[in-house]
Every structure is written in structure tokens, then in C-alpha cells.
Design a protein around this ligand. Structure first.
Ligand SMILES: Cc1ncc(COP(=O)(O)O)c(C=O)c1O
Length: 417
């Protein structure tokens, strides 16, 4: 995403041309960027003999994105039956899919077992019931190392008050369950949260998991989750993946030597793989000057991109249509009937009504959190591959909004006198 000769390009394609062709608002994903991020992780951990990246598809589940990662050799991390089914539809081998649900019923776990995917269990009650019903089916256990990582309380999941995982203090209990039910634990897992600011904290979690791993004799893999941070603004903090790769690989290889088996090292990145590949293009409907503020009101809102309102997330905004315009300060807002702000006091090249604005880091947790609030349609999605833009999801229509509604005949008649 950059200006080339004053034209804003996404994967080599002119952003304004994409809007002409597919309309606004529109999410645009640069496939090359996703490939580069995947290659970065692979390279960073190339010192580990057995490495597996499971793309955490909750970040973005368009089938084309799933297939892109499958072609790169990735596995898939899934948290719902629907993600799991999308993964199978995208052609993933069931064995390359890890199912990591939280607070789901045993029925959902059973359904996942019947589809042949790997199962990751994060509470003792389900572990016991699973063991009873699925003798001989190997399982992964999600442990909670109780460390505080993650950039925001809503995305920190490894701490003491978190609902995720089995507490590391309950490992003795877990070992009793395993022994009583003769369970084969093939993997241990942790995910401390997204947006880890300090690699040292991540490595502390790793140490805790390794200490626990020594008590599980049948392991085939250790999954350290994700949380790799990407920058959202110039100079923003990012996980130094190359440094982490070096340190963690050395430690992991040491552990495998002590353990006596070459284990597989797994990660399940979402944001790292797709966040920066995404750009959200919106059109400016109105420029509204009040005594205190100049608002740029756009044809989108928290119904399409909720992260700024939900997490106070920063998404960098650029005026794509007027690169030579005089820089001015704007608060960019949406059209939803609630406070609906994309960015406060942003310096943008002069914004005129009709101008297209680009929001960065729109690949992860953006379209996926979109809704029909205010009964508006969800936008289209476009993927740029090898310098060409392709529609990968059409914009919704009234048929989509009505598709699940059931109209009662007794309410369709004329107004009663
Ligand atoms: C279990 C699990 N794994 C992986 C991820 C992906 O995290 P990130 O997008 O920070 O890479 C998440 C995100 O919430 C998660 O809950």
C-alpha cells in the first residue's frame, strides 16, 4: 500500500480503479503480503526441524484466503464448527486442522472428532467426558500459564481471571484424569493473548509450558499459540519475529533433546499473517465543519470495521484521491446512528466529498466482525493476486438481509381499524 506516481496502489493495482470496478466500501487483500508474512515466520523458525504454522482463520475466513494458506503448506487453527467446515471446504486435510474451541458443548467436540480433525480441549469437565467417549483418540490440552500478555484486556487470555485453558496449577488433576481414562495427550497448547508487547513475557509462558510438558510422555507437538504483534502506525511496536525465532528455536531444540523426541513446534498466527495485507476503502459522503471539529463522514461505520470502537484500535487513514491536497486535521466518522469514530484528529490531505479514504491493517478481525447493524449491507471483498484484482465476496443485497427472516402471514395484512 503506497503511492506510486501519486496513485495509491495495493499489490500493484490502483486503489481507485478497484473502487471504480467494485464500488465502495470494499475490503482489499494483497495476497503477496500474506505470502511474505508466512515466509517470515517459516524463516524465523527454520532452526527447528519440525515446524507447523496453523493459520488462525478467525482473523479472516474467506475461502480464497484459506486456500492461499493451504497452498503455502499451512495448517489451520479453528474455533467453531463453521470455521472447521470452511477449512474442509477449502481442501485442508482434517489432520492439518486443529479445533480449539472454548465453552462449547460436548456435542460440538464430538462432531469435530467425527470429522477427523485434531482436538484441543481447554477444560477438565470436557476432558473427562471426551476420555470416556473417545478411548484411543489422541488429544491436545490447552493450558493457561497465567501470564499477562496482550495489548488490551479484551484480547489478553492467559491471565489468572481468563476463561481460557486449564490452569497450569491444575496439571496434577489433569494427569490423574489422563491416567484414569488412559488418554493419549499428543499436544500441549497455550495462547496468552493477541498483541504481545514484550517477547520476554512470551518466553516466560514458553518456559511454563515446557516445564509442564516434561510430565506428559506421549507428546508429538507443542503449540505456543500466537499473539505476534504487527505495527498499526509508523514506528509502532511489532514483535521481532526473527529475534523471537532465534531464541525460541534454540530453547525448543534444547527441550526436545532433554525430552528425548523431536517434537513439532506449532504456532497459530492470525493477525501477523493477514492484518497488514488488508486495506479498507471507503468513500467520503460529507465534510462537516462544526465549531470544534471538521468531520469526514464516510459510507461505512462500526458495522463494517468495529475495532476502533471496540478495542480503541488505531487504523492509519490515507486520502487516496487527493495526494497533493493540503494537509488538514479531520475526525473520520461513520454513518451509524451511534458514536462511530474511525479516527480522531487525523492529518489527511484535504478531504473533499467523494474522496476515497484507505484504512490500513484491515485484514484481521475486520470483515470477520462486520455486521448488519442499522440493517446495512456488509461490503465486498477483493483479493489482489499477481497484480490483478479479483472479487472474492460480493456486496450484500436486500435478499441477503431477508434470507433468514420468516414472515408471519397474520402480520402482513392491512392495518386494523
Ligand atoms: C486460540 C487462539 N489462537 C490464535 C489466535 C490468533 O491470534 P493473533 O491474531 O493475535 O495471531 C487467537 C486469537 O484470538 C486465539 O484465540
Amino acid at each position: 500500500m503506497q503511492f506510486v506516481h501519486n496513485r495509491y496502489q495495493i499489490g500493484g493495482v490502483d486503489a481507485l480503479r478497484i473502487v471504480e470496478q467494485y464500488g465502495a466500501p470494499v475490503y482489499v487483500y494483497d495476497a503477496d503480503r500474506m505470502k511474505r508474512q508466512y515466509a517470515r515466520i517459516k524463516d524465523a523458525f527454520s532452526g527447528v526441524p519440525r515446524l507447523r504454522i496453523n493459520y488462525a482463520c478467525k482473523a479472516l475466513t474467506n475461502l480464497n484466503v484459506l486456500r492461499l494458506f493451504r497452498q503455502l503448506g499451512s495448517g489451520l487453527d479453528t474455533v467453531s464448527m463453521q470455521e472447521l467446515d470452511l477449512g474442509l471446504m477449502a481442501g485442508f486435510d482434517p489432520h492439518d486442522i486443529l479445533f480449539t474451541p472454548n465453552c462449547v458443548s460436548l456435542e460440538e467436540v464430538n462432531e469435530a472428532v467425527s470429522k477427523g480433525v485434531r482436538i484441543n480441549i481447554d477444560n477438565i469437565s470436557i476432558l473427562e467426558q471426551f476420555g470416556d467417549q473417545h478411548r484411543g483418540v489422541p488429544v491436545c490440552i490447552r493450558l493457561n500459564p497465567h501470564i499477562m500478555a496482550g495489548g488490551n484486556s479484551k484480547i489478553s487470555v492467559g491471565h489468572i481471571d481468563s476463561k481460557f485453558g486449564i490452569s497450569i496449577h491444575q496439571v496434577p488433576h489433569v494427569l490423574k484424569v489422563i491416567s484414569a481414562l488412559d488418554l493419549k495427550v499428543e499436544g500441549l497448547h497455550m495462547h496468552t493473548g493477541s498483541d504481545i508487547l514484550d517477547a520476554q513475557v512470551f518466553l516466560q509462558g514458553v518456559e511454563i509450558l515446557l516445564r509442564a510438558a516434561a510430565d506428559f510422555p506421549d507428546l508429538d507437538y507443542l503449540d505456543f499459540g500466537s499473539g505476534f504483534k504487527v505495527p498499526y502506525k509508523e514506528g509502532g511496536i511489532a514483535t521481532d519475529i526473527e529475534d523471537l525465532g532465534e531464541r525460541l528455536s534454540t530453547r525448543f531444540n534444547e527441550f526436545c533433546a532433554e525430552y528425548g523426541r523431536e517434537l513439532e513446534l506449532m504456532f497459530e498466527p492470525g493477525k501477523f499473517l493477514v492484518s497488514e495485507a488488508g486495506t479498507f476503502l471507503v468513500r467520503t459522503n460529507v465534510v462537516k465543519t462544526t465549531p470544534a471539529t471538521v468531520f469526514a463522514g464516510v459510507d461505512s461505520g462500526l458495522n463494517h470495521l468495529i475495532r476502533p470502537m471496540f478495542y480503541d484500535a488505531y487504523h492509519h487513514i490515507t486520502n487516496v484521491s487527493n495526494p497533493r491536497g493540503k494537509p488538514r486535521i479531520y475526525t473520520v466518522v461513520g454513518y451509524i446512528c451511534e458514536t462511530d469514530t474511525f479516527g480522531i484528529n487525523r492529518q489527511l490531505n484535504e478531504v473533499r466529498e467523494g474522496d476515497i479514504l484507505a484504512m490500513d491493517n484491515a485484514g484481521a478481525y475486520c470483515y470477520m466482525m462486520a455486521s448488519n447493524y442499522n440493517s446495512r449491507y456488509r461490503p465486498a471483498e477483493v483479493m489482489v493476486i499477481d497484480g490483478e484484482a479479483h472479487l472474492i465476496r460480493r456486496r450484500e443485497t436486500m435478499e441477503d438481509l431477508l434470507g433468514t427472516q420468516v414472515e408471519l402471514p397474520q402480520l402482513k395484512g392491512a392495518v386494523e381499524a
